[in-house]
Write a protein that binds this ligand. Structure first.
Ligand code: HEC
Length: 143
């Protein structure tokens, strides 16, 4: 019983952190980074199955978490919010394209597709990363 109460208490204390947009975003991007590094290693080894596994890990990070979406929506105008969502969606589309290229076992095709994928990462970082980080910090303070 005591263990149960302590367990519940630990869960309750952890909840605000789970709801925090900055933490969710950092987790997701760490997942992207790990998947992308795994992909690069597989590419160097011509391990096409590994490449597909790495892209599955990238897409397993899921869509934009709700609190992150809300924080960005609150700070961006309609146009920038739309562009942000498109870049996010683009990453997932390109991860699928890399997967399809890896299925053909054609390294040239994989290279072209991964170039498009990384362009999406860089475009979002260049255009929105600093502002998105600010938006999430603002939302966390308002909590
Ligand atoms: C639609 C926008 C968007 C896209 C697309 C995107 N990122 Fe990010 N990324 C961000 C934002 C915003 C941050 C800053 C998060 C923070 O630290 O608050 C970030 C941070 C990062 C970081 C630093 C993490 C840290 O702990 O500071 C890495 C690494 C990263 N992204 C990798 C990637 C990779 C790899 C891709 C593509 C596969 C990608 N990102 C695509 C928005 C994006």
């Amino acid at each position: 019983m005591k263990a149960l109460v302590l367990g519940l208490l630990a869960l309750l204390l952890a909840l605000p952190a789970l709801a925090g947009a900055p933490e969710l975003m950092k987790e997701r991007m760490k997942g992207f980074e790990a998947a992308y590094l795994e992909f690069q290693t597989s590419l160097m080894r011509h391990d096409f199955t590994g490449m597909q596994g790495a892209m599955a890990k990238l897409n397993n990070q899921g869509t934009l978490p709700g609190p992150v979406r809300a924080a960005i929506r609150a700070s961006f105008d309609d146009r920038d919010f739309g562009n942000y969502l498109r870049l996010d969606e683009y990453t997932r589309l390109m991860a699928d394209e890399v997967t399809q290229a890896a299925q053909t076992r054609d390294a040239q095709k994989v290279l072209i597709a991964q170039g498009r994928l990384v362009m999406g990462c860089v475009q979002c970082h260049d255009g929105f990363k600093a502002r998105a980080t600010q938006a999430m910090e603002r939302a966390a303070q308002a909590e």
